[in-house]
Ligand binder design. Structure first.
Ligand SMILES: Nc1nc2c(c(=O)[nH]1)N[C@H]1C(S)=C(S)[C@@H](COP(=O)(O)O)O[C@H]1N2
Ligand SMILES: [Mo]
Length: 406
């Protein structure tokens, strides 16, 4: 068991804070910063050695310093029957050998006319709670693809980052050509990020340059990005698919409740916390249910009749933060995608692809054992884990927090 973090004990801290107050408890203070400091993201990195452990000359040889970083953009020569009869072709490949690879000053220069900012919570498809939430800044992938000039026979865009010379260690992902090039209004583009929370992306988070695919789970947001390969292979060949994951899954809306101490005090309001992740289906509300149990109550499945008929009650989303204070210096809220150009407020809340904290305050629980659950109801009216209960398309099982009162 890892050591409990500050956040895991937030529920009890909030509960005692409420106990100190007289009648109706005030909203407890936020238990997590709205933007996760870059060093506090949970890390999911493959490789031996993991790229962010490289130092000095090894780091330079890996081209992972701002000065040595290069991005190559090439065409995949693969043909394979029956689906790929002609290989992809581009007019102007960007390669280290020809001295045409993109370097960081060139990418930052492209940012002068095409820079985008937005909030995204990074979530691993196989881990329930988001790893962290950041304000990411960079250049849309389409602007980088345009540098290659005219393209032919391109149906997908593969990309991968630094890995050592063992091809088995390559961690590759992709998007289709249409998603790379044409962002529907109101949607967010895949982009090459070079800043996180207003600072250069640290090596640990995949800097100098990381791909960020807003609508997807973390596996498409390739760290230490160095290669983009356009291809005429129409299939998804993402490395993550080898783990039986659906590599085209987009983020699910889901509520994730914080851990709860085993014992909670009686005779006072109890405040439970969590974070809601907002996928493209949106979040109509977050609900909770406290179920009395005995020590040997069997687990309840997410689709059991008792759970589906339960008296779920509404959770409170925390008030939106002070956007001027949350944004790093130099980033105005009105410039952030998803925010209104004039008011500087998010156009929807929770904001698509980001996460927001919620609380549930429970009064008058008698001594005994209980389970706490929280779930989302999306804008279609589907209650978590519907409409995609398959966990390999994104983790959205309903968490069960057992505790004892008194
Ligand atoms: N190059 C590279 N990029 C990668 C990975 C990796 O192992 N290597 N892991 C991916 C996965 S599965 C996840 S969930 C996220 C995690 O991002 P984080 O470590 O910044 O939290 O990075 C993604 N990008
Ligand atoms: Mo992941």
């Amino acid at each position: 068991m890892p050591a409990p973090t500050r956040r895991e004990f937030a529920a009890v801290a909030a509960a005692s804070a409420c106990a100190a107050a007289a009648a109706e408890p005030p909203a407890p203070p936020p238990a997590r910063p709205f933007l996760t400091p870059a060093a506090e993201f949970r890390d999911v990195s493959r490789g031996n050695p993991v790229p962010h452990t490289l130092r000095g000359p090894a780091l330079e040889a890996a081209r992972l310093t701002p000065e040595t970083w290069r991005l190559e953009l090439t065409a995949d020569p693969t043909v394979e029957e029956p689906h790929t009869k002609q290989p992809a072709a581009i007019a102007k490949p960007l390669t280290i050998a020809a001295g045409t690879a993109l370097d960081l000053p060139m990418l930052l220069n492209l940012g002068k006319s095409h820079q985008v900012h937005f909030l995204k919570a990074m979530q691993c498809l196989n881990i329930d709670t988001p790893l962290g939430q950041g304000l990411w800044t960079g250049v849309p992938l389409r602007e980088v693809l345009k540098l290659a000039g005219r393209m032919n026979n391109v149906r997908r865009v593969f990309f991968y980052g630094f890995h050592n010379n063992d091809p088995k260690q390559r961690f590759q992902s992709s998007v289709d050509y249409t998603h790379a090039m044409e962002t529907p209004p109101g949607e967010l583009p895949a982009f090459l990020a070079y800043r996180l929370n207003g600072e250069p992306i640290p090596l640990e988070r995949g800097g100098p340059v990381r791909m960020v695919v807003p609508w997807s789970y973390g596996f498409k947001s390739i760290k230490w990005l160095q290669q983009i390969v356009v291809t005429n292979i129409p299939r998804n060949t993402d490395t993550y698919a080898e783990g039986n994951n659906d590599p085209e899954a987009y983020l699910k809306s889901a509520a994730f409740s914080d851990r709860v101490p085993e014992k909670l005090p009686a005779d006072r309001p109890l405040t439970f916390r969590g974070v809601v992740m907002c996928g493209p289906s949106g979040v109509r509300r977050v609900e909770f249910w406290v179920r009395p149990v005995t020590a040997d109550s069997p687990p309840l499945a997410d689709d059991s009749p008792e759970l589906l008929r339960a008296p779920w009650a509404e959770c409170q989303l925390d008030p939106q933060p002070d956007w001027g204070a949350v944004m790093p210096a130099g980033v105005r809220p009105q410039e952030v995608l998803g925010f209104d150009r004039t008011t500087g407020r998010p156009r929807e809340w929770p904001l698509r692809y980001s996460s927001a904290p919620f609380t549930a305050t429970v009064h008058g629980l008698a001594a005994g054992r209980y389970e706490f659950r929280a779930r989302t109801v999306d804008l279609n009216g589907f209650a978590q884990p519907e409409p995609r209960p398959l966990q390999k398309t994104g983790k959205n099982g309903i968490q069960v927090r057992r505790f004892e009162v008194g």
